[in-house]
Design a binder for this molecule. Structure first.
Ligand code: E4P
Length: 217
């Protein structure tokens, strides 16, 4: 399973990249706004800065428009910023059309705001590189997000779809582990969820004892 970091914060992206286990970055308009990025030039420069930090790794950049024509124009410009940009497109009717256009024109896509297996099938049929089921938001509303990942994984395997399942809206380390079990190809996670995977009290206790005993060596 690949690890993406789900943030537009350059320090966090650098920290995750320095860990050596990072495979890519996802952003969305909320994450960009949180960093105070405003205006086309600043947005484009920020995506370029992210690409510079992570090198040859995928960076999802979301279109802000909702009509086919506008999404195509916007996506072309985003894709031209860097070869590693993946154009993030919402799961709406014009979004499906735009994904097909991008597929036909060799521009990679991440279909975002996936909340059902039917939506994932449509995105895969249009040739999306990734589908992003939002499992945390599904859990937040009292349903089971991981179950959706399992269902999509089964459908894609049976149907031979090449689209990768990018589990998004991750809330904690347990989500990451359950996504790995469920067959997600990628998990995009906040930095604290990635770092939480490191933690186990027995590791800390064991290390303290080894270091103490090492003084007697
Ligand atoms: C990433 O691609 C998604 O936009 C993101 O994971 C959504 O996360 P949230 O539900 O925490 O906003």
């Amino acid at each position: 399973m690949k690890f993406f970091i789900d943030t537009a914060n350059l320090d966090q992206i650098k920290e995750a990249n320095d860990l050596g286990i990072l495979d890519g970055v996802t952003t969305n308009p909320s994450l960009m706004a949180k960093e105070g990025i405003k205006g086309t030039d600043a947005i484009n420069n920020h995506y370029k800065a992210i690409c510079q930090i992570v090198g040859q790794k995928d960076v999802s950049a979301e279109v802000l428009s909702v009509t086919f024509e506008e999404m195509v124009e916007e996506g072309k410009k985003l894709a031209a910023l860097n070869p590693n940009i993946v154009v993030k497109v919402p799961m709406i009717k014009d979004g499906v059309k735009a994904i097909k256009w991008f597929t036909d024109n060799k521009i990679r896509t991440n279909c975002t705001l996936i909340f059902s297996a039917g939506q994932a099938i449509l995105a895969a049929k249009a040739g999306a590189t990734y589908v992003s089921p939002f499992l945390g938001r599904i859990d937040d509303s009292g349903w089971d997000g991981v179950q959706l990942i399992e269902q999509i994984a089964q459908i894609f395997a049976v149907q031979g779809f090449k689209t990768e399942i990018l589990a998004a809206s991750i809330r904690n380390a347990n989500h990451i582990i359950r996504c790995a079990e469920a067959g997600a190809d990628v998990c995009t996670c906040p930095l604290d969820s990635i770092l939480a995977l490191l933690k186990h009290p027995l590791t800390d206790i064991g290390l303290a004892k080894f270091l103490e005993d090492a003084k007697k060596m």
